[in-house]
Design a protein around this ligand. Structure first.
Ligand code: SF4
Length: 364
């Protein structure tokens, strides 16, 4: 009787990862997908849907804190065209997969990398670096490009038949789409998308967190995914971070993400956004709280109109950690403009700062 082998396959939800897993499944290997997620990528809430759709068991793997630590230390292999540290990311994911393989007794690991698909992170020499630094030299199979790569233990020992693996290479998607069709995939994911670190609009919010938070944690980046992001820089003194909800969903999320020393600001008598002032290791001076309250008030349209008609100030509630905690009231004039303490970072500024920090940019 033929033995049943077991493999773990990195499953991002992208087409290559699905095809790689299905290809090995077709050889009778039992594959469990591993879906890594963090503030920057991953859709753990889609796993049940994907499992049904593609016929693969998939388990979520939260790598948030490890990923943030790697980002904060500065990725050894640098960034891609935006803030995406693809080589270090793959090393981290495969390293985690290796630990799971050891725990679970699986026979090998699969990833959907395709030789030459990305100019840097999927070059032959980089694929070798990833394999070596993740400690998966002997146990990583890349089924879509296997015929271009060295034989792996899974092939040598007959767990999989190398002849039935593929020799994809390059940037095109034609081969992948033909294979998806041949396999009858019920849904073909669109290319790209899925990693916010490749998007300038997200990266411009992540960079100041990395640069101005002494020991950032995942929650700091979940916050960066929510609402409008403002900073007040005080030179060498440090910085203050203010996030203002843009929608009801943002407001709810900000309340969920608030730490017990974070400030929460909201209009008392009128509808308006929730704003969160992140506690960055020191108390906010009174004038900074007042300026934040005046700035947040400017986003409460009804309050601003009422103030303009009556000349009355706007009353803001200021609480620590929860809107239900005892708080204080501040009367302010809405202040959006000027000598504005509060400002957003643009991607261009972030990019300059990344360059100035000496971080490698490989334009992956
Ligand atoms: S695009 Fe994002 S998820 Fe993909 S390898 Fe790069 S950093 Fe990791």
């Amino acid at each position: 009787m033929k033995a049943t082998y077991r493999a773990l396959g990195l499953f991002s939800g992208g087409l290559d990862s699905i095809l790689a897993i299905k290809l090995v499944q077709e050889q009778g290997v039992h594959v469990t997908g591993i879906h890594c997620h963090s503030p920057f990528f991953g859709y753990p809430d889609k796993l049940a849907h994907w499992s049904d759709l593609y016929g693969v068991d998939i388990m979520p793997l939260d790598i948030s804190e490890d990923f943030v630590r790697m980002l904060a230390q500065g990725p050894e292999h640098g960034f891609g065209s935006v803030l995406n540290p693809c080589v270090d990311c793959k090393i981290l994911m495969l390293n985690k997969a290796r630990a799971l393989k050891e725990e679970s007794g699986a026979n090998f690991i699969i990833s959907g990398e395709v030789l030459g698909q990305r100019p840097m992170s999927q070059r032959r020499d980089t694929l070798n670096i990833i394999r070596r630094e993740a400690g998966v030299k002997d146990c990583l199979l890349r089924p879509l490009s296997a015929r271009h790569l060295d034989q792996t233990e899974a092939e040598r020992s007959g767990m999989v038949d190398r002849e039935r693996l593929l020799g994809f290479s390059g940037r095109g998607r034609k081969d992948q789409l033909a294979l998806a069709q041949r396999m009858g995939l019920a849904e073909i994911p669109t290319p790209g998308g899925g990693c916010r670190l490749t998007e300038k609009e997200s990266a411009r919010n992540y960079w100041p967190v990395l640069a101005h938070t002494p020991s950032p944690v995942a929650a700091d980046f979940f916050l960066a995914n929510t609402g409008r992001q403002y900073w007040h820089m005080e030179g060498a003194e440090g910085s203050f971070r203010l996030i203002i909800g843009r929608s009801q969903e943002d407001n709810t999320r900000l309340l969920e993400l608030a730490g017990e020393r974070d400030l929460l600001l909201k209009t008392r008598d009128f509808p308006g956004p929730v704003a969160l002032g992140r506690f960055g290791g020191r108390e906010w001076p009174a004038e900074t709280v007042r300026s934040a309250a005046a700035f947040v008030a400017s986003y409460a349209g009804k309050a601003v109109r009422h103030a303009a008609q009556t000349g009355e100030a706007i009353t803001m509630r200021v609480h620590s950690g929860s809107l239900d905690a005892p708080g204080t009231l501040l009367s302010v004039l809405a202040e959006r403009s000027p000598a504005l303490l509060w400002r957003e970072f643009s991607w261009e500024e972030a990019k300059e700062a990344i360059k100035a920090s000496g971080a490698r940019n490989n334009d992956i």
